[in-house]
Design a protein around this ligand. Structure first.
Ligand SMILES: C[S@@+](CC[C@H](N)C(=O)[O-])C[C@H]1O[C@@H](n2cnc3c(N)ncnc32)[C@H](O)[C@@H]1O
Length: 262
């Protein structure tokens, strides 16, 4: 997060004034109190859900979600057991309330949620089949420690799935409020190379890394994401172009799939 204080004009991001937990309480209460609130996160959760199905070949599994927010993803996933943790007690409160109204398949345990700082979280007694972290790795103050703890939480042969904002695209999205992005307490936007290095240093094998959901309307992205170009390409041309942009690293989110092989 940029902490250089501007001189004039003065615009104070809420995150500069607020304690970390309070910021995340506010963020979760504003943006994640309801499921399906915005198209972007709904698409992202849908992608992660599909990816879990794919790596687990459709079988239900034991899931740990680090920085689960209000548990939105957990309400879309199929699992045998699920544990979510998040720094924000307000988010966990929402998740717990919603858990009671979930219709669960026979033999599936009700998801559990816990308010905790993952840096200090004692590892679970048993490792998980899949560990997930959606749009949160940039928020941790010690990203190397967090990646090691995530890796330790994966069982042998299991997977770690991470999605994180792609700063190249994120910084080229023009916002309705004139470009003021209220990122919250972002510690560091990891580059692709940095994220890969941390995953490998944590002892996991990187299986896939790609971007999804091309977006952005500043600079070159203004042209390549324009509706005019997409209309000119037609439906199938536009779908192929979208895949090309995702492969070229022009998606809003990076998705990383890693496996514990030793
Ligand atoms: C951008 S939000 C994403 C939340 C959720 N994954 C989602 O996509 O809705 C980042 C989340 O990371 C959580 N977080 C930040 N630092 C954390 C920490 N040290 N331990 C656990 N959770 C943390 C915040 O409380 C917040 O809910």
């Amino acid at each position: 997060m940029n902490t250089d204080m501007p001189t004039t004009p003065v615009f104070i991001e809420r995150s500069w004034e607020m304690e970390e937990r309070s910021w995340w309480d506010l963020w979760n209460g504003s943006f994640r109190a309801e499921d399906g609130r915005d198209e972007t996160s709904t698409e992202l959760f849908g992608h992660v859900n599909g990816l879990v199905q794919e790596v687990r070949k459709g079988s239900r599994c034991r899931v740990l979600e680090v920085a689960c927010g209000t548990g939105t993803l957990s309400r879309r996933l199929s699992f045998s057991s699920y544990h979510g943790l998040d720094l924000s007690a307000a988010a966990i409160d929402i998740a717990c309330k919603k858990a009671h109204s979930l219709a669960l398949a026979p033999g599936v345990r009700e998801p559990t949620y816990e308010a905790a700082d993952f840096h200090e979280w004692p590892l679970a007694a048993e490792p998980f089949d899949v560990v997930l972290c959606v749009d949160a790795v940039s928020c941790f103050r010690d990203q190397a420690l967090v990646l090691r703890k995530m890796a330790q939480s994966v069982r042998h042969g299991g997977h770690l799935l991470i999605t994180t904002v792609n700063p190249f695209v994120y910084n080229r999205i023009r916002r309705a409020d004139g470009g003021r992005v209220q990122n919250g307490p972002v510690s560091h936007w990891l580059t692709r190379r940095e994220l890969h290095a941390l995953i490998e240093q944590a002892g996991l094998k990187l299986e896939r890394s790609y971007t999804i959901m091309p977006r952005g309307n500043r600079g070159i992205l203004r042209f390549i994401n324009s509706w005019r170009l997409n209309r000119a390409l037609g439906r199938s041309g536009s779908a192929a172009f979208r895949r090309l942009k995702e492969r070229a690293g022009l998606g809003q989110y990076r998705v990383v799939v890693a496996r514990k092989t030793n």
